[in-house]
Design a protein. Structure first.
Length: 155
């Protein structure tokens, strides 16, 4: 028996949609009120233990030829912790909410940290704690990408 051969018609590739502010869902736009689902996700993220995420920050940086000391320097710059204070936070296994609440002082230049983390523009984040967490994520990302420490620390 002969096999029947079928051919597919050539189709035009679909044009990629441009991502604009108007294309974002309302829950992600600047000034939108957080939904109940977003608030539950925020609470889940805030409850994550800093000590569990810290090794992942270090792993990401070390995998890109940076050092644990540089990760610590970035965290200390942002939060005002001393090395001893940072280690105490790790040892106490505090969650992110407590970690940032007990931070001696956020660096005055932290508002200069801009860009996109996890698809969300940092400067559009209204929740102060979530914004602080994203500042930290962005600094570690910049470190892992090989950016100069002077630029990461906004000097």
């Amino acid at each position: 028996m002969a096999k029947k051969v079928t051919t597919k018609k050539a189709t035009k590739p679909k044009a990629a949609k441009a991502k604009t502010a108007s294309a974002r869902p309302k829950s992600m736009s600047a000034g939108a009120q957080p939904t109940e689902r977003m608030m539950k996700n925020y609470q889940r993220v805030f409850a994550m233990k800093f000590a569990k995420v810290y090794p992942l920050y270090v792993q990401k940086a070390v995998g890109k030829n940076r050092t644990k000391e540089e990760v610590d320097q970035v965290i200390r710059w942002l939060t005002g912790y001393t090395q001893k204070g940072l280690q105490q936070q790790i040892d106490k296994e505090n969650d992110f909410a407590t970690f940032f609440a007990e931070a001696p002082a956020m660096h005055p230049n932290c508002s200069l940290i801009q860009g996109v983390v996890c698809g969300v523009r940092i400067e559009d984040i209204e929740d102060p704690l979530m914004r602080k967490m994203r500042y930290l994520d962005k600094l570690v990302d910049e470190l892992a990408k090989g950016r100069a420490m002077e630029k990461i620390l906004r000097q």
